[in-house]
Each structure stands twice: as structure tokens, then as C-alpha cells.
Write a protein that binds this ligand. Structure first.
Ligand SMILES: C[S@@+](CC[C@H](N)C(=O)[O-])C[C@H]1O[C@@H](n2cnc3c(N)ncnc32)[C@H](O)[C@@H]1O
Length: 188
């Protein structure tokens, strides 16, 4: 996933207004490349990589190889069984499209619960244009998720902002990152 996600991770590290934040948690962090790119570009931040316990060794090795162990730590957990760690910013890269609609809504609600007032949820992946007409890759990615997973599918920016508003977020915006990837930012 680090190879697939690197370009978007570097864009998020640059484009998001990190100067206003102190802490973040990357939910479903895998090796932790998003956390690493954010921490390399923004030396004032501290972050958590949240994932299943099996992932801890690869995260810790990767973070250590970048000299970031003092600012990035791993927190093991299962987002079906527990709340998310609290932070100023919650990130989810290539997470929501793995799951069915009720799980997508559950994860967005848990992100809302983990944030302070004014905190931000950043969701990113190959988000489909609202007319579902402009980018074949994004539609094929959704077909891929429908075939590969029991309930996963990709979604439009309008879908995502609608679920975020239902969870209680006050404002949302979408920004293109690189290639097929965009991020949707929701402010609590
Ligand atoms: C498709 S990968 C995304 C990795 C990374 N965020 C990226 O964009 O490159 C999904 C991640 O979600 C994690 N994951 C799956 N189920 C989980 C659960 N129940 N609780 C926490 N993490 C989970 C997986 O271990 C994996 O690292």
C-alpha cells in the first residue's frame, strides 16, 4: 500500500493546513507511510498509526527507518470493537471503500466522536465524480471492491459529504490530490 499511496500521502502532507493542528491519527495505517510523510513535512506534529495488532512490527520498523519514533507511535486496535484514538485530525486512506454502507457510516461516526470541536476528518481514495462520468479508473476501482470484498464499494464526493453531515460534521470540502485520488475534509 505504501507504493500505491505515496503520491497522495505526500500531497496530504503538503496541502492540508497542518500549521493549525498538533496531533493526528491515521486509521488503518498499514506500514504508516501517510503518518511518515505528514511527520517529515510538519516537524511540530505528533501522530498515531492505528491498525490491527499484527501490523505493529512493520509500522515500527518503517517509522524507525525514517527516524520518527519519537513523534509517531502505533496503537493497536480493531475499529469494529472499540472507539478510535482521540486526535485533532483523523485520517482514513483507502479504508471506507473496503466496507459496506453501514460500516462506512459507523467509521465516520467514530471519527466524529474522536475529534474535538473544530477537529478534522480527512478521507481519501479514488473518489468518483458526482456525475459518475469522468474517470473510468475510479468506477473500475469500485467494481474491483464489489468483486473482492463482501460489501465494499467506492463512492462520490456527494455521497461522502452526505454521510459526514449525517454524522454531525458542520462543513465539508473536497480537494484533488494526485492521479485518481481526492480527499474529502470534514470539520466538526
Ligand atoms: C487497504 S489498507 C489501507 C492502508 C493505508 N491506509 C493506505 O492508504 O495505504 C486497509 C488497512 O486497514 C486495516 N484494517 C482492516 N481491518 C481493520 C480493523 N478492524 N481495525 C483496524 N484496522 C483495520 C488493515 O490492516 C490495513 O492496514
Amino acid at each position: 500500500m505504501s507504493g500505491i499511496s505515496r503520491g497522495a500521502n505526500m500531497a496530504i502532507a503538503r496541502m492540508f493546513p497542518w500549521n493549525e493542528q498538533r496531533t493526528f491519527v491515521d486509521v488503518g495505517t498499514a506500514q504508516g507511510d501517510l503518518a511518515v510523510q505528514i511527520a517529515l513535512t510538519n516537524p511540530h506534529l505528533e501522530g498515531i498509526g492505528f491498525d490491527l495488532p499484527e501490523v505493529a512490527p512493520i509500522f515500527k520498523d518503517y517509522v524507525s527507518s525514517h527516524g520518527l519514533s519519537a513523534r509517531l507511535r502505533f496503537e493497536s486496535g480493531d475499529f469494529f470493537k472499540q472507539e478510535l484514538p482521540k486526535a485533532d485530525v483523523v485520517l482514513m486512506g483507502h479504508i471506507l471503500h473496503d466496507w459496506d454502507l453501514s460500516t462506512k457510516r459507523m467509521l465516520i461516526q467514530k471519527a466524529f466522536n474522536a475529534l474535538p470541536d473544530g477537529g478534522a476528518l480527512v478521507v481519501y481514495e479514488a473518489i468518483i465524480d458526482d456525475d459518475r462520468s469522468q474517470n473510468t479508473f475510479r468506477l473500475l476501482m469500485s467494481l474491483n471492491m464489489l468483486i473482492e470484498t463482501p460489501g465494499g464499494f467506492d463512492y462520490t464526493g456527494a455521497n461522502c459529504t452526505g454521510w459526514m453531515k449525517e454524522a454531525g460534521f458542520s462543513t465539508t470540502r473536497m480537494e484533488h490530490l494526485v492521479g485518481p485520488d481526492s480527499m474529502v475534509i470534514a470539520i466538526k
